[in-house]
Ligand binder design. Structure first.
Ligand code: CU
Length: 150
């Protein structure tokens, strides 16, 4: 009896691990021809600045463009790129990011990202915030973004 319970728990553990691994292959949200994977933001305090990151895949046959972002969580939300000039890293706002048919763009540390400027409240790990992304073709896509420990 005890042995079979142990085996059952092991089976459950393996099953959960498989589910966890499989989840990253599934988009968190889709909008039009776009699939959005693994949207996360870093925990930060009220008044601070933080970044949001994700992968956006275009499954359609037309090029789409990320034109901007908004959120009630911050006073300003911008799409940024990270640039290195004279060995100094800085960030600047971009007008648009193209997503070619069948391709993905990666918003990540040291690259493109969504910048939340002047947070209205603390963002704590485990919470979810909403970011609205604006695309040329797909229109507005509402993305639930998981807050991660810094
Ligand atoms: Cu930035």
């Amino acid at each position: 009896m005890k042995k079979s319970l142990g085996l059952m728990l092991l089976v459950i553990a393996v099953f959960l691990a498989a589910c966890g691994a499989g989840m990253s292959d599934k988009p968190a949200v889709t909008g039009g021809s776009l699939e959005i994977y693994g949207p996360v933001a870093m925990a930060a305090k009220e008044g601070q600045v933080t970044g949001a990151f994700m992968r956006i895949r275009n499954t359609g046959s037309q090029t789409d463009r990320l034109l901007g972002a908004s959120s009630k969580a911050a006073d300003f939300v911008q799409v940024h790129e990270t640039v290195v000039e004279n060995e100094i890293m800085s960030m600047r706002e971009v007008a648009a990011i193209e997503i070619l048919p069948g391709e993905s763009i990666e918003l990540k540390h040291g690259g493109y990202h969504i910048m939340l400027i002047n947070l209205k409240t603390d963002l704590k790990a485990g919470e979810t915030l909403t970011i609205r992304l604006k695309f040329d073709q797909a229109g507005e896509v509402v993305v639930p973004v998981l807050v991660m420990k810094k």
